[in-house]
Design a protein around this ligand. Structure first.
Ligand SMILES: [Zn+2]
Length: 172
């Protein structure tokens, strides 16, 4: 048994380890200091993971690395059809630029062209928000478990010294 961390904000247990996202967090991870997230109050903070009990602090699989991309996509749902460019992609969703008018909570089937030589990747997604940045889609659960999406995101992720160990975590 190792140490158990509790949330500095709400003092609850059950903290999840997050993946480093900012340059600061990536740097800190070299010093065994990693981000944690509290599922109770969503507080995110950095702490050392040395000596922590791994089973009580599993890696947070709901948080996703976002990767910048430029991918053509088309989408359809109800009577609406559109096309656009995916600018940002993660296992949780994507942000696209499109002229098509959509509304929050609309559900669409997205077809992402990952590779000219392969059929597009089809993913079901819901409009999370529409802003000047673009349309943010949240993938539905089936899409979040897409093996092809996972393979694509992993291949695009630049620094992955722990790629093989991460796979073991994902399979557990
Ligand atoms: Zn908390």
């Amino acid at each position: 048994m190792g140490r158990i961390l509790s949330c500095p904000q709400c003092h609850k247990n059950g903290l999840l380890r997050s993946r480093p996202q900012s340059p600061r967090e990536h740097f800190a991870s070299f010093l065994f200091v990693v981000p944690f997230r509290c599922p109770s109050c969503s507080h995110r903070f950095l702490a050392s993971h040395l000596g922590l009990d791994r089973s009580t602090h599993p890696v947070d699989r709901r948080e996703h690395l976002r990767i910048p991309v430029q991918l053509y996509l088309s989408f359809s749902g109800g009577h609406v059809r559109g096309e656009g460019t995916v600018l940002d992609l993660s296992m949780g969703g994507c942000i696209i630029k499109s002229e098509t008018q959509v509304h929050t909570n609309d559900i669409f089937y997205l077809r992402l062209l990952l590779d000219d030589s392969e059929p597009p990747l089809e993913l079901a997604a819901m409009v999370h928000s529409v802003s000047a940045r673009g349309i943010a889609f949240k993938f539905l659960r089936s899409a979040q478990e897409s093996k092809r999406l996972l393979a694509f995101v992993q291949a695009q992720t630049p620094d992955q010294p722990g790629k093989s160990s991460r796979k073991v975590v994902a399979a557990a």
